[in-house]
Each structure stands twice: as C-alpha cells, then as structure tokens.
Design a protein around this ligand. Structure first.
Ligand SMILES: [Mg+2]
Length: 228
C-alpha cells in the first residue's frame, strides 16, 4: 500500500521554544495596535489565521478590521518569526530526524506536512533543521483556517504530485494534539499521537488515536506502526 505520512510541526517535529507565540504577539501589536493576555487561550492545534483572529478580537479589535488586516498581520508575523528563529531556538525533538530520514528514503512513503502554520512560517521554522526538503507536500494554515479542511488538501496535492492514490489508513497523520487526531476523522486516516506537547499520553488516548507514543525517541517502533 502507498502511504502518505503527514506530520504536524510544532511540538511534533520541533520545539521552537515559544518563537511562534512571541512573533504572533508582536505582529498583532504592529498591525492592530493591541496586546493582551492569553487567559487560558492555547495555540496548540490551531491555525495561524485562527490564532490572529481569536486574539485580536479578544483584545478588542472588531472582527471586520481583523479580517481586513489579516494578510498584513501574517506577513509581519513571518518577518518577526524569521528574527526569532535566527537565535538558534529551534530544537528537533528526540527521534524525529531518524524517523523522518528513514521514511523519506522508503519508496512506499510520500512525506508531507499538515500544520496550522502558514506555509511561509512552516518554511522558516523548518529551515534551521535541514529537514524541510524531505517533505514533498503540505497543507497549511494559509490554505484554510479550519484544520479539518487540511487533510483533504494534502491528499489532493500528493495525488497530483505522484499520480498515486491515498485513501483510508494509507493516510497517516502524526501530531501532538486532539485537533491533529480529529482532523483526519472524516477521511478515516490512521492517527498517531505523540505526547511531546502539552497533552499527556492519557489525555491523547482519550481521543482514541490509532496509536499514542510518549515521544518519538523509539523511532523504529513508530516507523513500524506507520508502515504496518
Ligand atoms: Mg502541534
């Protein structure tokens, strides 16, 4: 069976140590002239456009002004992010480099990204890792602010690129949040959860992924699970 393996970025492949959050705060301040507190709001599992919308409106910007300034805000975000990651802040999580390298070399596998990051932001975050070129397709927060839209977009791009078909458990989604587990439900994908973000193994297990790992350090076991 052909497999399309789609990785989330933040807290799945890498830990950028808050670079994205700092860049979003700065960009919202620069664009809309507001700032505020998170008060329990979490970035995990959300798309960049949704985060900008949620925070700016929460801090008092009318929704129509947020909509009008969204593109500008995301451009500023990417520029800020570039500065943020220049300081060596991107850490590749344990086992990730080995897993991704092995999958990229496997002829049965097409490797891709499935992330709430805007495409340019994803490129900026992955550039310091040297792994960006291993991912042949992607679906991003810049394609849709709704994460459940993203798997179908990634599948369409992978099919166009390779001429192969990817269906059901031949599509594998790897991520660290319930949103990653849930986003492929409509397509019946295989979901692999990894507890390297803010959600524990127990919390992730409650959302019934096909598999859950504490981290990807036992990358051979994860590889076998993906290929199985
Ligand atoms: Mg994540």
């Amino acid at each position: 069976m052909q497999r399309l393996v789609l990785f989330d970025i933040d807290c799945t492949l890498i830990d950028a140590h808050g670079a994205g959050g700092r860049a979003i705060f700065a960009a919202i301040g620069d664009t809309f002239g507001v700032t505020g507190r998170l008060d329990g709001y979490t970035f995990h599992g959300r798309t960049d456009p949704a985060i900008v919308h949620d925070l700016a409106t929460r801090w008092g910007v009318p929704p129509e002004r947020v909509a009008a300034g969204l593109g500008e805000c995301l451009r500023r975000y990417v520029a800020r992010l570039r500065d943020e990651v220049a300081g060596d802040r991107v850490e590749v999580l344990p086992g990730v480099r080995e897993l991704v390298t092995a999958l990229a070399a496997d002829r049965r596998v097409v490797l891709g990204l499935l992330t709430g990051n805007v495409a340019e932001g994803a490129a900026v975050k992955l550039a310091p890792t040297g792994m960006a070129s291993l991912f042949k397709v992607g679906a991003y927060g810049s394609d849709s602010s709704r994460r459940p839209d993203l798997p179908a977009i990634a599948v369409r791009r992978a099919e166009r690129l390779t001429g192969r078909r990817f269906t059901g458990k031949g599509i594998v989604v790897v991520g660290d949040t319930p949103a990653d587990i849930g986003c492929g439900a409509a397509l019946g994908v295989k979901t692999i959860a990894v507890a390297t973000g803010t959600h524990s193994v127990e919390e992730l297990a409650a959302h019934a992924p096909d598999h859950v790992f504490p981290d990807l350090s036992d990358w051979r076991a994860v590889y076998e699970t993906i290929i199985a």
